[in-house]
Every structure is written in structure tokens, then in C-alpha cells.
Write a protein that binds this ligand. Sequence first.
Ligand code: GDP
Ligand code: MG
Length: 202
Amino acid sequence: GRGAHVRRPLTILVGDSGVGKTSLLVQFDQGKFIPGSFSATVGIGFTNKVVPVDNVKVKLQIWDTAGQERFRSVTHAYYRDAHALLLLYDITSKSSFDNIRAWLTEIHEYAQSDVVIMLLGNKADMNSDRTIRREEGERLAREYSVPFMETSAKTGVNVELAFTAVAKELKSRAIQHPSEPKFKIHEYIEAQKEKSSCCGFF
Ligand code: GDP
Ligand code: MG
């Protein structure tokens, strides 16, 4: 059909080295987990993904950062051009969680003020090695008014949901239907969480 299209909004994965950014993108793109670190990956790469939202194809261009995980080294132009930022920590790494505040400071400094930000606590499958409780992630997210969920690039839990929620938010911003109620990303995520509470939602 001639459904409306949202043109490749840019989504960027950020967070400390080793939190699972590349693995998350591979899981979303290819539906699989490749064990072992991708940390040797050179530079910044991207994947195009079409996410159907209602009758609209949202074409996400998702950029992975690598070797730029130290603060002030993700090129500021990338922040400026980003429509959405997925900010990851690793639930087994306290330092990656503690650094989230510094990441958010940098994001607020350089990104567009209306950028969609989502906080993700990755490696949710490693519950026995967990050092950050889910409630701590939720509290931090609430403090910054950003949506939050725990994901696993390994099992795939919540990976689709994270990107779909971002796609829905971007679509609702790009295509304004005055008759439609505004999409509310927090409410959408909460509703999805409730629906999947039976099945290993973290
Ligand atoms: P990046 O540096 O943020 O891109 O992180 P990588 O994707 O390279 O992942 C770092 C390490 O964590 C690798 O050994 C991955 O296999 C592992 N890893 C990433 N995501 C997960 C996850 O959700 N669960 C588990 N158990 N391991 C993960
Ligand atoms: Mg990587």
C-alpha cells in the first residue's frame, strides 16, 4: 500500500565497553547470540531495520559505537543527529551502572533536547551474577524520566520490545494524526511488561 514511511531515524547504542551493545544489535538484527566479545570491532557501524508499527514501516538506522566508549569520545555529531539513544549498562557491572549518570550528562549536553532515550539493563540472563537490582535501574530511570527495561542479548528477552517501543515513539512524533491519542512510551512499555509477566520478563 501507500502507507506513510518514517525515513531512517537514527538510533545509537551507547554505554560502556562490554555491556553488550553489539550483541544486542546482532540479536535484534539476526535473532541470534554470538558468544564472545565484539570489542575488537573497528569504528562505528550501522544496521538498517524495518520495524512495522501499525501500517507504517519505520526504517530504523541503528548505529553501534565501538572503541568510543570513553566519555567525550563518541563524536558529538552523532549525538546531535540522533533521534533515539539506547543507553546500556550491564546488570553484573556496577561500574557500567555508575557511569550511566555521566553518559546522561553528556547526552543532555550534546543531543537534541527531544531525543528519545531508553535505559537498558542488559545481560538479564545472568541473574546469579547480578550486582544491580532491577529496582535500582528503575529508580535511576525515573529520576531522569526515561523508560527502562532489562534485556538479554543472549536470550533475546525484551530486545524486540526495546526497539519496537523506540520505533513507535519515533513514528508518533514524525507522523502526527490529530485524531489519535499521543503515543506514550512509558505506558506502552508498562503494558507490555504486564502482558509478559508470566514469561520471564525481568
Ligand atoms: P559491547 O562492547 O558493548 O559492544 O559488548 P559486546 O556485545 O561485545 O559484549 C561483551 C561481552 O558480553 C561478550 O562476551 C558478549 O558475549 C557478552 N554479552 C553481551 N550481551 C550479553 C547478554 O545479554 N548476556 C550474556 N550472558 N552475555 C552477554
Ligand atoms: Mg561493541
